[in-house]
Design a protein around this ligand. Structure first.
Ligand code: NAD
Length: 355
C-alpha cells in the first residue's frame, strides 16, 4: 500500500499505535531497529547542528511528565513523555509518549505520532548503537536486569546490532521474567532466567539495567561488576532515580548523550559536577576514544535525549509514503484568506445550520 503524504498546508499525517504496530510488522522489527539505529547514529554525527536543551520536566510524588524539544534548523521536533513507576500496579504503562515533527520554515506540523512503542524502539536502537561502539569484541552474552516493557526491545536490538545470542534475565518480579522469556524464545536466544542480579551478570559481556523505581536504587554494587564489561544503564533517568552504586562509576569510563541533562538525571547525578564523562557524539565522529582496552569498564549512562526521538520520528516519516500507514488529521485551520480565521468559523456555522 502507498499513499502520498498530505500537503503540509492541509492535513497532518498521524501515526496511531495501531499503525505503528502495523509498520513494525510490515518492515520487520529487527529491520526497523536497525533502521532507527542508523538514523540515531546519523543525527549524532550532525550533533553540532542541533538545538540542545535538557528536557523540561514537571515532577510529582509519583512520577514525571517531560517535554523533549530539538531542531536541526530545517525540522523541529518534540516528544511528550511520562515516567510513573507505580503505574504497572494499576495496569498502566510506566512510560507513554507521543511526538511531533514540524517544518521550521512555516512552523506547521508535518507528523504527529504515538511514541510509546516508538520510544521502546528508539531506546533499544540507541543502546545497541552505543554498545556497538563500546562493548568488548565478540560480545555474545547480555544480562538484562529489569524485564518490563523495554526489555524485549533492548534484547532484540542488541542481537541484530551487536550479535548477542545469550540472555540472562532477572527481575524482582518473576512474572516479568517469564513474560520476557516467553516473548523472546521465538527469536532464537539462549535464555537463562536467574534468581538474583548477581547470578544474571555471570559471564555477561553487556549488563543492561532497565528497572523502574523512584529512588536511589542499587541494582548493581561495585563488587558485582568485573573488569572488561559494558554496562548499559538506562533505567535511572530522573533526579533521585538511579540504579548503580556510585563506586561503579568511579571505576568506569562513563559515556553520555548530553552532559547538562545527564548530570541532572543520570547515574552521574551521584557524582561531583566535574566528574569526567565522554559525549557519545565525539566517539561516533572519532573525535574521542571509546573502548581502549579489554579490561576497561565502559558505562553508557543513557537517559534518552531529544535528538534520538527526533531521529526515530524522521525514520517513521520516511516510511509513510511507501506504506500508507497513517491517518490524515484535521489539525490545521486552513481559511481561504489566512487573515479571515473568524470568517471561516462563521461559514462553518452556516454550513452546520444548512445541513
Ligand atoms: P516497566 O515498569 O515496564 O519495567 C520495569 C521492571 O523493573 C519491572 O518489571 C520491575 O519489576 C523491575 N524492577 C524494579 N525494581 C527492580 C530491582 N530492584 N531489580 C530488578 N528488577 C526491578 O518499565 P519500562 O518501561 O521497562 O522502563 C524501565 C525503566 O527505563 C524506567 O525507569 C523508565 O523510566 C526507563 N526508560 C529509560 C529510557 C531511556 O532512554 N533511558 C527510555 C524508556 C524508559
Amino acid at each position: 500500500m502507498s499513499a502520498p503524504l498530505p500537503s503540509p498546508l492541509a492535513f497532518v499525517p498521524f501515526v496511531s499505535v495501531d499503525h505503528m504496530m502495523q509498520l513494525i510488522h510490515e518492515i520487520g522489527i529487527e529491520e526497523m531497529l536497525k533502521g532507527i539505529a542508523t538514523y540515531v547514529e546519523d543525527d549524532f554525527k550532525r550533533w553540532e547542528l542541533f538545538d540542545k536543551t535538557p528536557r523540561v520536566a514537571s515532577h510529582s510524588k509519583e512520577g514525571v511528565i517531560e517535554l523533549m524539544p530539538t531542531s536541526d534548523g530545517q525540522t523541529y521536533g518534540f516528544k511528550y513523555v511520562n515516567g510513573h513507576p507505580k503505574n504497572t500496579k494499576e495496569g498502566l504503562q510506566t512510560v507513554t509518549a507521543f511526538g511531533i515533527l514540524s517544518d521550521v520554515n512555516t512552523g506547521y506540523p508535518i507528523l504527529l505520532s504515538e511514541m510509546t512503542v516508538l520510544t521502546a524502539l528508539r531506546t533499544a536502537a540507541t543502546s545497541a548503537m552505543v554498545a556497538k561502539h563500546l562493548a568488548p569484541e565478540g560480545t555474545k552474552t547480555m544480562a538484562m536486569i529489569g524485564n518490563g516493557a523495554q526489555s524485549e526491545f533492548q534484547a532484540l536490538a542488541m542481537r541484530v546490532i551487536c550479535g548477542i545470542e545469550n540472555l540472562r534475565l532477572y527481575d524482582i518480579d518473576p512474572k516479568a521474567t517469564s513474560k520476557a522469556q516467553s516473548n523472546l524464545t521465538a527469536f532464537g536466544f539462549n535464555i537463562t532466567a536467574c534468581d538474583t542480579a548477581e547470578d544474571a551478570i555471570q559471564g555477561a559481556d553487556i549488563i543492561t539495567t532497565c528497572t523502574a523505581d523512584k529512588q536511589y536504587a542499587t541494582i548493581l554494587t561495585d563488587n558485582m561488576v568485573g573488569s572488561g564489561v559494558h554496562i548499559n544503564a538506562i533505567g535511572g533517568d530522573c533526579p533521585g532515580k538511579t540504579e548503580l552504586h556510585k563506586d561503579i562509576l568511579s571505576r568506569s569510563d562513563v559515556f553520555v548523550e548530553f552532559p547538562p541533562q545527564t548530570r541532572i538525571e543520570g547515574e552521574i547525578q551521584q557524582m561531583p559536577e566535574d566528574f569526567p564523562v565522554t559525549e557519545m557524539w565525539e566517539v561516533i565522529t572519532g573525535t574521542k576514544e571509546g573502548r581502549t582496552s579489554a579490561n576497561q569498564i565502559t558505562l553508557f549512562d543513557g537517559v534518552g535525549f531529544a535528538t534520538e526521538d527526533f531521529s526515530a520520528l524522521r525514520y517513521v516519516r520516511d516510511q509513510l509514503e511507501k506504506t500508507g500507514l497513517f491517518q490524515q488529521l484535521d489539525m490545521l485551520a486552513d481559511p481561504d484568506d489566512p487573515r479571515d480565521l473568524f470568517g471561516m468559523v462563521q461559514r462553518a456555522k452556516k454550513t452546520q445550520e444548512a445541513a
